[in-house]
Design a protein around this ligand. Structure first.
Ligand code: DX5
Ligand code: ZN
Length: 229
């Protein structure tokens, strides 16, 4: 995974058919996904439960692009090696998940992965001011984490502030929650380059009708790239 500030669309398989992950991953990649976003929830840090490292490891052979694993779990540190072993390319932990995010990011890089740090809507940009040298990606949540299909919360001021703080460092800004062709231009304009989208990608499509995924991805991408022209 090299650094490249082109818009990247990262469909979240939280909106995929949970009985058919392999085919769903292959379908979204064939239809233009740049990354595959994998939402890990523990029923404790967030009020929902998805899957753990064994499932993520089973996804790995299907992912030809970048496996972007978003941990909504606390604690994080005891599981870092398991996600490295599962083959995560990017491993993102929440700044709110514990008192030692600095150590967590060091450990993620130490285990050979790109390190991401996620911010809940209530957490200010300044929470990552001392982490910029330790992180490859800052994930700005535009919903309260836990569920797909929620309404977008406008975080454009936070995104713009982060892009300014990052300066010329090779750090991605990823947006997660409520991204669709209407909201994508707002976040791209503010400085985001990785757009996670669950419901807006999977809506209306299926592995038997994957062209809809392609159309949905293309619409989000075109809307976001429009403001970069
Ligand atoms: C929310 C997850 C998101 C979610 C986004 O807790 O982190 O990745 O799947 O879903 P949409 O795009 O439907 O808001
Ligand atoms: Zn996510």
């Amino acid at each position: 995974m090299s650094f490249d500030r082109k818009i990247k669309i990262a469909p979240s398989i939280l909106s995929a058919d949970f009985a058919n992950f392999g085919a769903e991953i292959r379908a979204i990649e064939a239809e233009g996904a740049d990354w595959v976003h994998v939402d890990v929830m523990d029923g404790h840090f967030v009020p929902n439960l998805t899957f753990g490292p064994m499932a993520v490891k089973a996804f790995r052979p299907h992912v030809k692009t970048v496996m972007d694993v978003h941990l909504m779990i606390a604690p994080v540190d005891p599981y870092i090696d398991a996600y490295a072993d599962a083959g995560a390319d990017v491993l993102t932990a929440h700044v709110e998940a514990g008192p030692h995010i600095h150590r967590t990011l060091q450990a993620i890089r130490g285990a050979g992965m790109k390190a991401g740090v996620a911010l809940n809507p209530g957490t200010p940009a300044e929470a990552v001011a001392h982490l910029l040298e330790l992180t490859d990606l800052i994930c700005v949540m535009t919903v309260n984490p836990g569920f797909g299909g929620q309404k977008f919360i406008d975080m454009t001021a936070k995104i713009a502030r982060l892009r300014q703080m990052i300066g010329d460092r090779p750090v991605h800004i990823e947006i997660d929650g409520g991204v669709d062709p209407k909201t994508a231009p707002l976040v791209a304009q503010a400085g985001a380059d990785v757009l996670v989208a669950g419901s807006a990608v999977f809506r209306g499509g299926s592995v038997d009708n994957p062209g809809v995924y392609g159309q949905n991805i293309a619409e989000i991408r075109a809307a976001a790239e429009g403001v970069w022209a």
